[in-house]
Design a protein around this ligand. Sequence first.
Ligand code: FAD
Length: 449
Amino acid sequence: MLSNMNKKNVAVVGAGLVGSLWAVYLAKRGYTVSVFDRRSDIRNVKVVQGKSINLALSDRGWKGLEGAGIRKEIEEVALPMSGRLMHAVNGELTYQPYGKEGQAIYSVSRGILNQTLVRCAAEFENVSLNFEHKCVDVELDTNTIVFEDKNGERVRQQFDQIFGTDGAFSAVRARMTKLDRNEYSQSYLDHGYKELEIPANADGTHQMRKDCLHIWPRGEFMMIALPNIDGSFTCTLFFPFEGEVSFDKLKTDQDVLDFFEKYFPDAKAMMPELLLDYNTNPTASLVMTKCNPWNYKNQVALMGDSAHAIVPFYGQGMNSGFEDCSELDRLMTEMGEDHPDLLKEYGKTRKPNGDAILELALRNYIEMRDLTADKDFLLQKKIEGRFATKYPEKWIPLYSQVTFSHIPYHEALSSGIRQNEIMKEVMNRPDIEAVWDSEEIENEILKRI
Ligand SMILES: Cc1cc2nc3c(=O)[nH]c(=O)nc-3n(C[C@H](O)[C@H](O)[C@H](O)COP(=O)(O)OP(=O)(O)OC[C@H]3O[C@@H](n4cnc5c(N)ncnc54)[C@H](O)[C@@H]3O)c2cc1C
């Protein structure tokens, strides 16, 4: 594989999803790449498909993978989900396609994806992988990283450039926030999450449709389920920590069983290990972070969750991190790898997109847990879908802009706000249910665009 000693000697701190992908991009450009992670080598961890957390991968993520040449490998373990299937309390099912015919988001195991990316990086002779190396400080002026190895010994190493891909609680970012005029904010949602499982049938088939993302919208909370290739589903309950109906109130096994019987009876019937899962799996929190700038001179850049940790309701955290990779790679080509303002330009252009996808993800939580059970909302989506099919150059539904396009997130957010204003006016018509698919409605929308 490529090796070029005249190229920069760079560090990638964090061998998670984004770091391992970015290492491949850098390796392909011939850099000498040292990857560090505080964890042990993920390639040695046995990923149990059904038990692993899965993620929705969409167009921005695929583009990132393509740039590293590993789309095909991931396609083999990815399950397409062409729409949402909403489960009402009475068991009634409502299907809503995500996009046009043939468009889908893909359920992929986080463990398999991370292992594949690390294996891919390891194939390059100009990449060294250093596990059990925890970054504890960065001496910014000399571009030196201080690591603590597995024996607790401190090691210092200097690099030409450092990429911080060490996730939501990034040590690289933490060092940058000590600088003058460096902005940082962190907040938590009042809701946390817990993972549960719907196992496969005895013959290995799925107990529910495997071509959908399943949602149980319940107003203040919701559960979702994504299919795994072994026939199981990974379910995630997003639920308030405290309050009338909350994690806090489910104190006994009976409380848990009663809660699931009341709100998710169809799912409960498919969860023989519900209590075991509920009691064993952690109740995790959902953090959001913003920072500015994303770079320090042309020496350090933050990518992925270290720059923009968002809530998971648009399924875009990883996808946006992969887009950071393809976008920085594009800038390297356009500006030149050695351009003195490369990392500044990267931070400047990506930051508004990081902010926008956080806002979009927060809005989508309301949509998923509340509106997907709302008759008017579903009608609105039908009207939009019909109009978008007829006038694709005039209207791309917001979900499609975010999920099935490469339109910058901040542009998608502004256009989504405008579309919503138009649709509100249209939905205000008292006769909308009768005339929703008429030419008159089409003309009303056309008039307002
Ligand atoms: C419940 C949930 C569901 C989600 N669903 C989706 C989804 O459907 N689609 C989607 O696109 N995104 C989803 N996300 C978001 C996605 O998981 C993240 O955006 C993604 O993992 C970010 O990748 P990353 O590489 O930036 O960070 P991480 O994956 O967190 O990796 C960071 C790496 O850095 C290492 N590290 C941390 N600190 C140090 C240190 N001091 N020194 C050295 N190494 C360090 C860690 O060990 C880790 O390997 C979801 C998130 C959650 C919580």
